[in-house]
Design a protein around this ligand. Structure first.
Ligand code: AVI
Length: 332
């Protein structure tokens, strides 16, 4: 209920993605597979967080501005299909970060006197503390319950302790960083933890002029390049490796048919890299796959909803039609 005292409870940490042993295992397994790859989930150390912040602010990277426009200028369009007066609900944000976009929705829900709690979930305890503190200062009557950890563990714990209707937010086109198979599994797994009547709001980057997409990931300032190279630097520091960053070049592709925008680092020469005692050979011009950022058509999004046990009940786009927040209802 509005007016309940804010509650900032940090639930116990369950995430394991930061542990050096799984980091090392993932790195070695990626670098010893026929198509060498690294997992983009490891981009986000302190330097990576800072670089991503700069990417989000840079001219060429339109995604954050587009979704912010939706949350700021079309808040009611987003909120009305959520049936906010139907019953009390938990608004659960997966990967909440600093919650800048969500603040507009929270303000709207407050004004409408909706009966809700806000449960931001993030792997980073630090960012959750910042978020909770900001909200306590600016929206003190919102009941905030931060939950640190892996999305599904956190969601499981929330489900075990709350009977309320759930409205899940998964913003920022994070869904685009999953392969087609992982994306489908992820949506089905979320769906299996939801009850009929629960809802999911997801941010999708839409297919558009291929040059616009490519520019967002091959920006003039070279931030995406640095962001990719930073993972090699992180591996050097944390896993005792000897990548020579000057021997790799950032290379970006976009396939407008599939909507896959892929980042690679290309080895500039024949070279050997040692990681925790393991020697990895790179051929000249061998690609190291770093990240996929998938782009979707309206039809792709509806199809994904259908195959995951949801019905799409609303879609809200920015004025250019570059980004969409889709609202899905969990089927009976
Ligand atoms: C976090 N994610 C949605 C970003 C994206 O657009 O794929 C990560 C990113 N990688 C390079 N630039 C931004």
């Amino acid at each position: 209920m509005p007016g309940i005292a804010p509650q900032a409870v940090l639930l116990p940490l369950t995430a394991d993605t930061d542990l050096p042993s799984s980091f090392l295992d993932d790195v070695i397994s990626g670098l010893t597979s026929p198509q060498k790859s690294l997992s983009s989930k490891y981009f986000y150390d302190e330097t990576g967080d800072r670089l991503f912040q700069r990417i989000m602010e840079c001219e060429d990277y339109y995604l954050t501005r587009c979704e912010m426009e939706i949350f700021r200028d079309f808040t009611a369009d987003l909120a009305v299909p959520l049936n906010i007066h139907q019953s009390a609900f938990d608004l659960i944000e997966l990967g909440a970060g600093d919650g800048t976009k969500t603040r507009h929705l929270l303000e709207y829900l407050e004004r409408q006197r909706a009966d809700f709690r806000y449960l931001p979930v993030d792997i980073s305890g630090h960012i959750l503390e910042v978020l909770a503190q900001n909200l306590e200062n600016t929206l003190p009557s919102v009941n905030v319950v931060p939950t640190q950890g892996d999305y599904f563990d956190a969601l499981q714990r929330i489900c075990e302790t709350s009977e309320r209707r759930k409205i899940l937010l998964f913003l920022g086109s994070n869904i685009g960083n999953m392969t087609v198979e992982d994306c489908s599994t992820f949506c089905q797994q979320l769906s299996s933890m939801m009850n009929p009547g629960d809802m999911l709001v997801t941010g999708f980057d839409l297919k558009k002029d291929p040059k616009t997409v490519l520019r967002a990931y091959d920006d003039h300032e070279g931030l995406t390049r640095e962001f990719n190279l930073n993972l090699l630097r992180r591996i050097n520091e944390e896993l005792n490796a000897d990548f020579d960053l000057s021997c790799f070049e950032h290379y970006q592709t976009y396939d407008p048919g599939s909507g896959a925008c892929r980042s690679y680092l290309i080895s500039q020469c024949e070279q050997a890299v040692t990681i925790a005692g393991e020697r990895i050979l790179f051929r000249r011009h061998e690609p190291l796959f770093m990240e996929v950022s998938r782009k979707f058509s309206h039809a792709d999004i509806e199809a994904l909803a259908g195959e995951s046990g949801f019905s799409q009940i609303s879609e809200v786009c920015d004025r250019k039609g570059w980004f969409m927040n889709a609202v899905w209802l969990k089927n009976l």
